[in-house]
Design a protein. Structure first.
Length: 147
């Protein structure tokens, strides 16, 4: 099994960014937790955070045929990016969409996602634990490539 974690714009600021909404756990904390979890499960783990839509898209293209599943928190690109949706579909990669906050409890413009109808699963409102839940789910439910 192999999993690619992608985080979109502003998620590099986790821990200090609007802590009442997103908590105090930092992105390096999350990556360390997931790396440990994946090691325990014998899953190869890679990650990328970018504030640039095209960088995320390029990474998705690179992952085509190389990883079994993507766990992605697209940040605000969730609500704007047809291009990110198309990249995930073009790469034919099963993905789990993660949001730290419960986007449905927030502004109406956060209620629509360009990815959710294509996601294997959507997790929101679990805080940063959502990433762990996503990796757990992906490791159990998404078939390894070529199997
Ligand atoms: C987010 C929710 C988005 O609406 C927001 O733009 C983010 C983070 C979340 O993790 O809750 O940047 O994806």
């Amino acid at each position: 099994h192999s999993i690619l974690l992608l985080n979109g714009p502003n998620l590099n600021l986790l821990g200090t960014r609007e802590p009442t909404t997103y908590g105090t756990t930092t992105l390096p904390d999350i990556i360390a937790t997931l790396a440990t979890l994946c090691t325990q499960k014998n899953i190869a783990f890679a990650h990328l955070q970018s504030n640039h839509e095209g960088v995320l898209i390029d990474r998705i293209h690179e992952a085509r045929g190389q990883v079994d599943a993507v766990v992605i928190n697209p940040g605000a690109l969730t609500h704007t990016s047809v291009a990110l949706r198309d990249a995930l579909l073009a790469a034919d990669l099963p993905f789990v969409e993660v949001h730290i906050s419960n986007v449905h409890k927030r502004e109406p413009f956060r209620h629509h996602s360009y990815l959710s109808d294509k996601a294997e699963a959507v997790i929101c409102g679990l805080g940063t634990y959502g990433y762990e839940a996503a990796v757990e789910f992906a490791s159990r439910s998404i078939q390894p490539r070529g199997k």
